[in-house]
Design a protein around this ligand. Structure first.
Ligand SMILES: NC(=O)c1ccc[n+]([C@@H]2O[C@H](COP(=O)([O-])OP(=O)(O)OC[C@H]3O[C@@H](n4cnc5c(N)ncnc54)[C@H](OP(=O)(O)O)[C@@H]3O)[C@@H](O)[C@H]2O)c1
Length: 307
């Protein structure tokens, strides 16, 4: 598998393993260690975390697994994110709408992630979401300090629009190596909001989260629109000779002109391997457009088709 270069001295696997639902995979620490070893053997060396996953439990559990075989750390890239606030003391529920990219908060969040993961440095640290109260100079200072202190090797963003990246970049000496965004046959905002063009100009890959629409197309009660999408995916699956529609959804992302690294969400190894298998297919322009046509959003229609 060809690796994806983010900068001169940093590359990642073409498929990243997401850990948002790690606590639901039903694996004890030893089983998780075995699974991670299998992934590493397959070249799947990149793991995507965030401090909020399981309210910190996913990072902690992964860190406990690493303690069982510390040498594994050198064979993997750890991505994690900070900036979404959860304040379970002040409020008894998780406040996903609240963000904090202040210097103090980001430094503390990153240090807490390091502690939970039990590691000295994070390979790629991402700001999880843009915050309307972000002072780019202050946020940049936080990232620079984390870098200077050896706590992060590289930095990037997640869910940022091009203008938000530009504002941050204007104050930052470190390069922004990626934008982690929602991308799938059901979430095509990146085609309409300038995100893809921005990545192309910067020559950076996009990390695609929820590449299978969070499993929506596999749910029991499918809407009419989802049934129609599945029908098209199934037709293209037969044409490509793919094993399942998951492979078709990944192949649709790989056909884009920008480099896309999907972050799988599944706890099942064979389902992660669908993302690897799909690297072999080359979807035709017509097949790609068939999916666009059935699943595009009004914004995409307006931008490309004047509808
Ligand atoms: N930066 C951000 O803001 C952000 C936001 C969300 C997520 N993320 C990252 O992206 C990763 C992936 O997100 P996601 O979980 O939404 O990804 P996803 O791959 O789109 O969805 C995963 C879900 O789909 C189900 N699924 C996959 N294949 C299936 C199949 N063939 N049949 C039935 N169900 C199937 C999985 O169930 P099973 O586990 O049972 O297979 C799982 O519930 C996360 O782990 C996290 O690392 C980042």
């Amino acid at each position: 598998m060809d690796r994806i270069t983010l900068c001169r001295d940093f590359d990642i696997a073409p498929v990243a393993v997401g850990t948002m639902n790690l606590m639901e995979w039903g694996l004890d620490r030893q089983e998780l260690l075995n699974r991670v070893n299998e992934y590493l053997e397959l070249g799947l060396t990149t793991f995507d975390h965030a401090d909020i996953y399981g309210q910190g439990e996913c990072e902690r559990y992964f860190g406990e697994m690493l303690k069982l075989e510390p040498a594994l750390r050198t064979r993997m890239e750890i991505i994690t994110k900070g900036g979404i606030v959860y304040d379970s003391l002040r409020r008894p529920y998780f406040v996903s709408e609240s963000y904090n990219l202040s210097k103090e908060y980001i430094i503390a969040a990153c240090e807490q992630s390091l502690l939970r993961l039990g590691i000295d440095t994070i390979d790629l640290y991402l700001l999880h979401r843009p915050c309307p109260l972000m002072d780019p100079a202050e946020t940049a200072e936080a990232l620079e300090k984390l870098y200077k202190d050896g706590k992060v090797r590289h930095v990037g963003v997640s869910n940022f629009l091009p203008e938000q990246i530009k504002a941050l970049e204007s104050c930052l000496t470190l390069p922004i190596l990626t934008n982690e965004i929602k991308m799938s046959v059901q979430c095509m905002d990146f085609l309409a909001d300038g995100t893809m063009e921005d990545a192309l100009q910067r020559k950076i890959p996009l990390l695609a989260y929820s590449p299978l629409c969070g499993g929506e197309l596999h749910s029991k009660n499918l809407s009419k629109a989802n049934l129609a999408t599945l029908e098209v995916l199934e037709e293209i699956r037969l044409e490509l000779g793919a094993e399942n529609v998951d492979e078709v959804m990944y192949a649709w992302l790989y056909r884009l002109p920008v480099k896309v690294v999907p972050i799988t969400g599944t706890g099942k190894k064979e389902r992660v391997l669908a993302a690897v298998k799909a690297l072999e297919y080359s979807m035709s322009r017509e097949q790609w457009y068939d999916i666009l046509r059935i699943a595009r959003s009004p914004e995409v229609s307006r931008k490309y088709h004047g509808l």
